[in-house]
Structures are given as C-alpha cells and as structure tokens.
Ligand binder design. Structure first.
Ligand SMILES: Nc1nc2c(c(=O)[nH]1)N[C@H]1C(S)=C(S)[C@@H](COP(=O)(O)O)O[C@H]1N2
Ligand SMILES: [Mo]
Length: 320
C-alpha cells in the first residue's frame, strides 16, 4: 500500500474537477433510484466509446479568437453537459451513439415572412461555413476554448425574414426518447423535456451568435450537440442549446429550461458576470479544462466590446 501524506498545496480531486459544484447544481433535480440504476448501466457501457470517424468540413478561417490557447478535442468532447444522456459529464461521450444526426431538419417558424425547413446537408454543403475560436464558460465554473465551425444565426434569420412582431427567438432540442435515454423517464425524469432556450432579437442578430455544425475541423461529435447547436460565447453555457430542431420567432420571452427548473438560480439572460454570484457559489473565478489553477472570470466572458451596448440601462445584477 502506498499512502501519500497530503501536502499543504494538495487540492482534492473534487475541488479541481468542479464535481462538487456540479453536484450542488444537481441537488435541485429529482434524483431518485432510477438515476442510480442508470449510472450503473452506464458503467456497463464503458466499452462503447464513440469511435465513429467524423466527416471533415470545408470552411473559412477567421480572426475570431486568434491568440487564445485552444483546449484539446479530447477535453472538449469527453467532459460534457448533455442531460438528455446523463447527468455525469463523462457519460455523454459513451452514450451519444444513439443520437442519429442524419437525416435532420430544422424548422424555422413563427413571426417570419418566409417559414422554412432547412436540411442539415444543405447547411453543411451549401452554406458559407466559417471557423470561430470562442471562449466557453459553464455556469458551474469551468471553461474552455473551442474552434467551432458554422454560420451566424443572423444568416439563417435573414433568410426567414422576421416580421416586426418578432421580439425573441425560441430554440428547441429534438424530443425523441429513442435517441435520448433520459427523455424516456418523462415526468419522472430529471429535466422537463424538450430542452428549450431563448434569446432576445438583438442578441440573436449579434454577429457573435453562432450556429455550430462542427468543431476541430469536422462535424460535431454527438455529445457536443450534433448536428447543429447554438453557441453564445458571452453567456453561460446552458444558453448554448444542443441538437436543435426548431427555431421559432416569438413575441414573448420564452421560458428557458434552467429557469423553469429553478428561476431563483438561473435566468433568461445568464450573461457571464464575475460580479454577480450564483446564489450558492462565486462566479469571480473559473477553471479552464485541463488547467490546475483558476483564473479570473471576465465580464461578458471577454466579449464586452461586442455585446455590452445591448444591455445599457438594464440592471446587470438582475440579469442572472
Ligand atoms: N439540449 C441540451 N443542450 C444543452 C445542455 C443539455 O443538457 N441539453 N447543457 C448545456 C450546458 S449546461 C452546457 S455547459 C453546454 C455544454 O456543451 P459541451 O458539452 O459542448 O461543452 O451545453 C448546453 N446545452
Ligand atoms: Mo453549463
């Protein structure tokens, strides 16, 4: 037996991995015996690690995020929040093979002159894809830097032509219990499905707001939200909804899933803000995946120049 004495600098695994924060967040979900059973099932499936080769995409490089140090593909694709598969971050990479990203269509509807269905093949083959390197910050306190490939949401919305009544955009994840095991639990599950998110119209049209179909040069791995997901880099990660099937332009602010689960702790705006703490933990610092030390959280996750003007006159303390 090799028992090491703890050094003064020793930080327990829990503190480093943020698993403790994750668990705190999870407290609010109705975790019953079912969840425990499913996590042992997950262990049996450990062998089924995703090995599917990803299709390469053609895209244009851009200057977004130049100079930022990228996380590795392995880091970004094996530490995921995707509750439709599991509440444990290591599980989606092992379980997401049940998600069938093709064929796939996204419906664009509601307050638009030109409602449409967009085929994912059409986006991948005909739209002008570009690469953008963005910071990504989860509300739990971990962060990463990822090279996403996709198009701006504005590109899609302009094709659909929003009417003057369009004030918000509502996004919905696919609802299909055959693809997403946690959805099978219905009202006894952890999360009210389908997962819903929303943006105000100006946020949706902001040039940073991105619809990703790929990362690290190739199509998205299922666990990162294939075949198409939102990326809003100045907001906490839960806004960046995965595996989208519906984009609806609406008049009223949509109720997003985490606000529905716990409106005291998660809001609609959810802008990254080091000065507004989560009711149960500080947001002043964050830890980038793979790095040992924490660093300071930046206002709007470092994107103030591009987005701060949208929130002039609003009480940022209430924007959580
Ligand atoms: N449909 C759906 N979208 C989702 C989630 C989810 O559970 N389901 N989790 C969110 C959260 S909390 C985060 S931090 C990011 C994680 O994205 P990643 O796994 O690509 O890092 O996805 C967001 N989008
Ligand atoms: Mo998150």
């Amino acid at each position: 037996m090799n028992i090491m004495k703890k050094q003064s600098w020793y930080i327990s695994e829990n503190e480093v991995t943020d698993e403790s924060l994750f668990n705190k967040r999870r407290d609010f979900l109705k975790l019953g015996a079912a969840a425990l059973v499913s996590s042992s099932l997950v262990a049996e499936k450990l062998a089924a690690v995703e090995t599917t080769p990803r299709k390469a995409l053609s895209f244009k490089k851009t200057s977004f995020g130049r100079g930022l140090e990228l996380n590795s593909f392995d880091q970004a694709s094996t530490y995921n929040n995707f509750y439709e598969f599991s509440l444990n971050k290591k599980d989606p990479a092992k379980l997401a093979h049940t998600l069938k990203p093709s064929p796939w269509e996204v419906e664009v509807s509601g307050e638009v002159e030109n409602p449409m269905y967009i085929d994912l093949q059409e986006i991948m083959n005909k739209y002008p894809l570009e690469e953008r390197i963005y910071r990504f910050r989860c509300v739990e306190g971990w962060s990463m830097v990822v090279p996403w490939i996709g198009i701006t949401l504005a590109h899609i919305l302009k094709k659909a032509k929003p009417t003057s009544k369009a004030k918000y955009v509502k996004f919905i994840t696919e609802l299909d219990p055959e693809m997403f095991p946690d959805q099978k639990r219905g009202i006894f599950g952890n999360v009210p499905y389908p997962y819903v998110e929303g943006l105000r119209m100006d946020e949706a049209m902001n040039d940073l707001t991105f619809m990703a179909v790929g990362m690290y040069g190739k199509v998205l791995p299922n666990q990162n939200g294939a075949p198409i997901r939102l990326v809003v880099p100045w907001k906490y990660g839960f806004k960046s909804i995965k595996s989208i099937v519906s984009i609806e332009l609406v008049e009223e602010e949509p109720l997003n899933t985490w606000k529905e689960i716990n409106s005291r702790e998660y809001g609609f705006y959810a802008n990254v803000n080091p000065k507004v703490d989560h009711p149960r933990w500080s947001q002043a610092k964050e830890r980038k995946l793979g790095s040992f030390f924490k660093h300071k959280t930046e206002m709007f996750n470092g994107y103030s120049e591009e987005v701060a003007s949208m929130y002039k006159g609003m009480d940022l303390r209430k924007l959580y």
